[in-house]
Design a binder for this molecule. Structure first.
Ligand SMILES: [Zn+2]
Length: 247
């Protein structure tokens, strides 16, 4: 299990359980109730007497700190069951309702959530906006679910500013994950037709393979086989009719 390389400051808190007892399938976003730096958040979580911590913190300037490694459970959400499966993030915020956060901190939060999902093999970040529904939900292997502190304790956390943006956060992160998942360079849905073309070539013996999972041309490859590959590829890309006839 890795940690985010977006982190620019690390001060590990003694307030944690090592290792966590559940795979990561949740993210819990909190508001600090103070416009502070990542160093100040680290200071807050340093004494054992504080009995609190988070995996990550985001300062008012958008810098990201780490206080508990992802492999460990932070003491953040007033729920051991949640914190054992969640990556927790404290975001510097105003000290009063609606506990607004700076634009730089919000932007860093989107980057961090995307990075956490990506490294943990998640393709979707989900927000149900409902405690019962969320806690009853079993995420699929590639799903990450947002939970909030106010469901587990009588608190305003993460504050209205962040709470009301949870749908937006989930949608934006999922959009970024989908964009990174797409192979570059071809058509509207390249993966679908490229996969079909690959299967066709394997079936027809055009790709012989090297026995180690890599494709390799059958040698020699005939003119008819090359033509068949080009034809099927152009057809699936919708480019067949676009080619001018040779006169
Ligand atoms: Zn909280």
């Amino acid at each position: 299990m890795s940690n985010s390389n977006l982190v620019s400051y690390t001060r590990i808190s003694p307030n944690k359980n090592s290792p966590r007892n559940h795979d990561i399938d949740r993210i819990s976003i909190h508001c600090v109730v103070g416009q502070c730096t990542v160093e100040r958040i680290g200071e807050i979580f340093a004494p054992e007497s504080r009995e609190a911590s988070s995996n990550y913190g985001i300062g008012l300037d958008g810098r990201i700190g780490m206080y508990v490694e992802e492999k460990d459970r932070s003491w953040c959400t007033s729920s051991g069951a949640n914190d054992h499966r969640a990556v927790t993030i404290e975001v510097a915020s105003d000290t009063a309702h609606p506990y607004a956060v700076k634009a730089a901190a919000f932007s860093a939060l989107l980057d961090l959530c995307t990075d956490i999902c990506k490294r943990n093999g998640k393709k979707r970040l989900l927000w149900f906006g409902d405690k019962e529904k969320t806690l009853a939900y079993t995420p699929k292997a590639d799903e990450m679910v947002l939970t909030v502190h106010r469901w587990f304790a009588n608190k305003a956390c993460p504050g209205e500013y962040l709470y009301s943006r949870h749908g937006e956060i989930a949608a934006e992160v999922t959009k970024r994950l989908a964009a990174e998942d797409k192979p570059a360079g071809t058509g509207d849905n390249p993966s679908a037709w490229a996969k079909a073309a690959t299967e066709y070539c394997k079936r027809k013996g055009i790709f012989a393979g090297d026995g180690a999972g890599n494709f390799d041309w059958q040698k020699p490859i005939t003119r008819e086989q090359v033509a068949a590959v080009l034809y099927r590829t152009l057809e699936r890309a919708g480019l067949l009719e676009a080619l001018p006839d040779k006169k």
